[in-house]
Ligand binder design. Structure first.
Ligand code: FES
Length: 69
């Protein structure tokens, strides 16, 4: 699994569309083949990124972590 962190943006997990996950005890499925998680702390839809990082001028380096089973 690869966790990317976009320059000045969110953490992004690349997973197959429809991947099940649980949020606060609620079962959900990914609607897209990506899961973007807020890194700036300002999203109005936490833990997901809603684009607010652009408005607040969040700055952070790009990178990635590759986790192999
Ligand atoms: S990283 Fe996008 S809203 Fe926080």
């Amino acid at each position: 699994m690869k966790l990317r962190f976009r320059e000045n943006g969110p953490y992004v997990l690349d997973l197959p569309e429809g991947t099940p996950f649980r949020l606060n005890g609620e079962e959900r499925r990914l609607e897209k083949a990506k899961l973007a998680l807020c890194r700036c702390g300002q999203s109005g839809n936490k833990p997901f990124c809603d684009g607010t990082h652009k408005e607040v001028g969040f700055q952070g380096e790009a990178g990635e972590i590759l986790v192999e089973p």
